[in-house]
Design a protein around this ligand. Structure first.
Ligand SMILES: [Fe+2]
Length: 232
């Protein structure tokens, strides 16, 4: 990443802004490979597949997403031995000062972590959007960091499913990788092509939001921060 760009220059400005407007459009994200012990990933994958009957149609009814499915009751359903280590890892890795700095997110008091399991199988995708609004389109200002933890079978049986940002940054889903990004920036999930009919072979992920108190003025400035929706 170069030392100077509109986004970085804004970040270095004094007083440092609490957030970076979407109009600067440089992807604000952080990736961590090998986020968990592989034995954990395997156990989590086994549980998700065994509980695939809990998957319900995800996304919305406006055509922004197609065919992705999710388990939205993970905090309740996931066994403690699978939920607690994941939550601990997230807090350690996502809330580290240097990571929050990279995510242009001022330090905040953790309120709670909202976690969903998602499956994108053949043909699934999610069109351009930002994560400021919730499912009912109301703004959720406590979403401070979006996370996505990928897992898939070995060998990988699908192509696509990349997380894409407006500057063309592509995050390839790979097993045991954690991606963190600022929720108020446009992103999409590109279409998945899977060579197997088995759900086991799709693009699985734990994704969600770390919730905390928003910085002062955040809600008022939300329209400006979100910028104009991407067209095309
Ligand atoms: Fe999103």
């Amino acid at each position: 990443m170069s030392d100077s760009s509109p986004t970085r220059d804004i970040l270095k400005a004094e007083p440092r802004p609490a957030f970076v407007p979407n109009r600067f459009r440089e992807a604000i994200y952080h990736e961590i490979d090998d986020a968990m012990p592989l034995a954990y990933t395997r156990e989590l994958g086994k549980w998700l597949y065994a509980n695939r009957d809990k998957l319900v149609r995800g996304g919305d009814d406006r055509g922004a997403s197609r065919f992705n499915h999710e388990i939205t009751t993970l905090e309740r359903d996931l066994p403690t031995e699978l939920y607690v280590p994941f939550r601990k890892m997230l807090i350690e890795k996502a809330l580290a000062a240097d990571v929050l700095d990279k995510l242009a997110t001022p330090d905040f008091d953790l309120r709670y972590i909202e976690t969903h399991a998602t499956l994108y199988h053949h043909g699934s995708h999610f069109e351009w959007h930002d994560d400021a609004p919730g499912y009912d389109q109301e703004i959720v200002p406590t979403r401070r960091v979006t996370f996505c933890y990928y897992l898939h079978s070995d060998p990988k049986m699908f192509e696509g499913g990349e997380l894409e940002f407006l500057d063309g940054t592509l995050i390839t889903p790979s097993n045991n990788k954690l991606t963190l990004f600022h929720p108020v920036q446009q992103h999409r999930v590109r279409r998945v092509d899977c060579w197997s009919a088995k759900l086991l072979h799709g693009r699985w992920a734990l994704m969600g939001w770390i919730h905390g108190d928003p910085p002062e003025g955040y809600i008022e400035r939300m329209p400006e921060l979100r910028g104009r929706p991407h067209s095309g």
